[in-house]
Design a protein around this ligand. Structure first.
Ligand SMILES: [Zn+2]
Length: 219
């Protein structure tokens, strides 16, 4: 099969060699990994924890314009989940195992997407990633812990000629989850507002603490 349909890099589409799984060596070498340790207080932890208390935070890579991290996240979101997702779940395994040892995690929760969007896209990449992590690490997923709704924000510019509506996602507690330490998974954290919103909602359950993990972080 590989002879007729050679495997291609999920990021740059170059034909892969035998020792490359889903991404080529050159794309992997361009990923701006954070190399954070799970013990150290990092920028993401400090940012989120200044709004809402969390146990820990971790990001796999930095998110910069014009780098492979942006291309990878884009493809993961819109084009090619299964290939990059597999690669990402492998990269996530070690930090999550360390968190598991430190905080004995009870469950995985991910940032949901709106049902309409999921229908159009066919999947939520974070749900897929959570499923593969759950299988590898034996931690259950709580699919319905959070739900998302749209909030229409009317904006009027200074000259009042241009009016436009901006749609914002608002995350809410959905089904209750048992007390314990949960891993919250997001893809890219920029302002941190999505994560803060989700953590606040998860805290509406009794005795729930959160470890935040993102694929990329823009600082
Ligand atoms: Zn590549």
């Amino acid at each position: 099969m590989d002879f007729f349909f050679p495997k291609r890099c999920a990021c740059c589409s170059k034909i892969l060699s035998d020792n490359e799984a889903n991404l080529c060596v050159s794309c992997i070498s361009e990923i701006p990994f954070t190399h954070w340790s799970v013990d150290r207080e990092n920028e993401l932890y400090k940012k989120i924890n200044s709004y809402v208390p969390i146990l820990a935070a971790y990001s796999l890579m930095y998110y910069y314009e014009n780098t492979s991290s942006k291309a990878i996240i884009y493809r993961l979101k819109y084009q090619n989940f299964s290939l990059i997702g597999k690669e990402m779940s492998v990269l996530f395994e070690n930090p999550i195992k360390l968190f598991q040892q430190k905080h004995s995690l009870h469950g995985i929760v991910y940032v949901p997407i709106h049902e309409k969007k999921k229908k159009i896209r066919g999947y939520n990449q974070l749900e897929e990633l959570s499923i593969s992590l759950s299988q590898k690490l034996g931690i259950p997923i709580f699919h319905k812990a959070l739900k998302v709704s749209h909030y229409q924000e009317s904006q009027t510019t200074k000259n009042k000629l241009l009016r436009f509506k901006r749609r914002r996602n608002v995350f809410e507690k959905n089904e209750s989850i048992p007390p314990g330490n949960y891993l919250l998974i997001d893809d890219v954290s920029t302002s941190g507002s999505t994560i803060v919103n989700c953590v606040r909602e998860l805290h509406k359950n009794s005795k729930v603490s959160v470890v935040v993990i993102t694929m990329a972080v823009a600082l």
